[in-house]
Design a protein around this ligand. Sequence first.
Ligand code: SAM
Ligand code: SF4
Length: 327
Amino acid sequence: MLKDSYGRQIKDLRISVTDRCNFRCFYCKSATLLSYKNREEILTYEEIERLARLFLNLGIRKIRITGGEPLLRRGVEQLIARIACLADVQDLALTTNGFNLYQKAQILREAGLHRVTISLDSMKKERFEAITRSKDFDKVLKSVEAAKQWDLEPIKINCVVVRGINDDEILDFAEFARSWDLTVRFIEFMPIDEDEDWSQDRVVTGAEILEILQTRYQMVPRGLVEPSATARNFDFADGRGRIGLIMPVSQPFCGQCSRIRLTADGKIRTCLFSLIEHDIKSLLREGADDSVLTEFIQDTVVKKEAGHRINEPDFVPPPRTMSYIGG
Ligand code: SAM
Ligand code: SF4
């Protein structure tokens, strides 16, 4: 079992398979491209599978494949198939911007993927294009449809709400959740953007979002399925559609955090906001055996921070931002 020094059990692993992305969401990446890692710096599928197996042996039960844009990496379905075959994977999910999921939904499902989370920040095509600096709005909607068709459920839509940008669309997203009978998760904007343009006043809090939802709907809070869940979940009174509020800024959930991350270039991160990373790739490539790697993972987990420090005056953003870490 993986336990940190605060007694939190670590059960949830996020694996980034690439630092590359074809979108440039303003709250995540700069408009201009910084450099990407070279191919040889990125963990191979064999290496990822081996580490995933060791993490699972230590009590990890949920694995999320992310990036960058994970569906940009060639043959990612082969990695999904390898991980899906490992013992003890209770939940295997993927987060994507949806640009080509409609082409891959079937193959991912057949490879053993359980479910998807698709990012979508606006229901308005032009605004979507301005936010993501891409032209793929119709493809993302097609991907939502494909995820339904291939039963990659429960489907979640991630919507980062930024004041003055898309906070007038909360009710439109609620209607979307209801018409597609899926979960829309509103996420508070976090200070982990490449442009360092974040400020507290641009954060639309979960409480504000709930207030807006309640002007039209009776929102029924769902009991906590898992205390470590990132979202506070709500049903609509008639049972169609669901809403999640992810509030890392206004209501940090660090005390119950069960997550750990593996970056595409083989670093373990104990927190999204960690200032340091733990290099497991070097060990792996030096030929370390499973017991050495297992011990390294255990020792790293013990170093997990008590929490992020977003709201502290001396907060320092991490040196690598969301798309390079793996959201
Ligand atoms: N490219 C994929 C995607 O966009 O779904 C996966 C990686 S992305 C980094 C994972 C999630 O992080 C997305 O849902 C995105 O909206 C979210 N994200 C990125 N930057 C963020 C920020 N500054 N604040 C809150 N969420 C952010
Ligand atoms: Fe947008 Fe995801 Fe790419 Fe970041 S990694 S720019 S959130 S699509």
